[in-house]
Design a protein around this ligand. Structure first.
Ligand SMILES: [Zn+2]
Length: 113
């Protein structure tokens, strides 16, 4: 039997980032997936699951827990990393519009690098 727990705290993704809501899935003392959410907008800032722990639904479990505790949103499509985009498509749920004025409303961003 492995012991599995989800821990919620407040943490920075990196030294350059503001404090954020942070959920960690810990199995037998090892952190196997982490999720950071902006404290003001509810935007998902980062999701990280080490490669050896991927494809087990860990990040989805964190998403469901976080979404049950507060309103959380995926980043606007144009702002997502490829990993973030895959994650958003796999777990579903709502996304934020662009709040930074850098995107027009058209969904066609194909020409941008
Ligand atoms: Zn934008």
């Amino acid at each position: 039997m492995s012991e599995r727990q989800i821990i919620r705290d407040i943490a920075r993704y990196s030294d350059h980032d503001a404090p954020a809501h942070h959920w960690s899935l810990v199995i037998d003392g090892e952190t196997v997936s982490e999720l950071w959410v902006d404290m003001e907008t509810g935007e998902i800032l980062q999701v990280e699951t080490p490669r050896e722990h991927q494809r087990r639904g860990y990040a989805s479990a964190l998403y469901r827990r976080a979404a049950s505790e507060m309103a959380i949103y995926h980043a606007p499509e144009a702002h997502r990393t490829p990993e973030g985009d895959r994650f958003a498509r796999s777990v579903g749920g709502e996304s934020l519009p662009c709040l930074h004025g850098c995107c027009d409303d058209s969904p066609d961003f194909d020409d941008e690098e």
